[in-house]
Design a protein around this ligand. Structure first.
Ligand code: HEC
Length: 165
């Protein structure tokens, strides 16, 4: 039983049966139109809980990153997350609010969370946005392709870094 007045600060998503359904729906919904033609992944180095270097060698574009985050098919982040997106009516309740993410995490930490959150939490429901191996329930059009391209990852990292509290 929960103590009165005790508010859980984070949802416990791995226990939520809706999680797998949402993750599968996300992968199925986006489809091949959402991704640029990128056959293989760029190499990157994980240092601690971060990928310090840009996947493209360049900084991303925050405005494009915001568009990817709110896009229901491309990033589909708002299936699970809430954030400072006043114009978006339906936002998720399965994951932390993205407000302040740029204060809580460095660009490198944000990059690793996007590239492959399962490296930090093997039970996470957050899809690995830049991984091609070991994915369950991937449609044939997805084989060998990450959900987001390296450029799109960098755009989202650039946008999240602007979310400061
Ligand atoms: C299917 C649900 C789901 C989707 C879709 C999803 N996430 Fe997450 N995300 C989570 C969960 C759950 C966590 C909490 C940590 C964990 O379980 O890994 C998280 C954690 C994070 C964090 C760290 C939050 C913090 O401050 O502690 C960031 C940043 C983040 N996600 C960004 C994104 C972005 C950007 C997208 C879209 C490109 C996205 N997420 C899509 C479920 C999701």
């Amino acid at each position: 039983m929960r103590k009165p007045g005790f508010a859980r600060s984070r949802p416990k998503p791995s226990a939520d049966p809706r999680a797998a359904v949402i993750a599968a729906a996300l992968l199925a919904a986006a489809g091949p139109t959402a991704i640029a033609d990128e056959g293989s992944l760029r190499p990157y180095a994980v240092v601690g809980d971060s990928i310090p270097g840009s996947l493209t060698g360049e900084a991303g574009d925050p405005a494009r990153g915001r568009a990817i985050v709110v896009d229901r098919r491309l990033g589909a982040c708002l299936l699970c997350h809430t954030g400072p997106f006043a114009e978006e009516r339906f936002q998720g309740t399965l994951a932390p609010d993205l407000s302040g993410a740029g204060s809580r995490w460095s660009a490198g930490q944000l990059r690793l969370r996007l590239v492959d959150a399962t490296r930090l939490n093997p039970d996470t429901i957050m899809p690995p946005y830049y991984r091609v191996d070991g994915l369950a329930r991937v449609g044939s059009s997805w084989a060998g392709r990450p959900i987001l391209t390296a450029e799109q990852i960098e755009d989202v990292v650039a946008f999240l870094s602007t979310l400061r509290e």
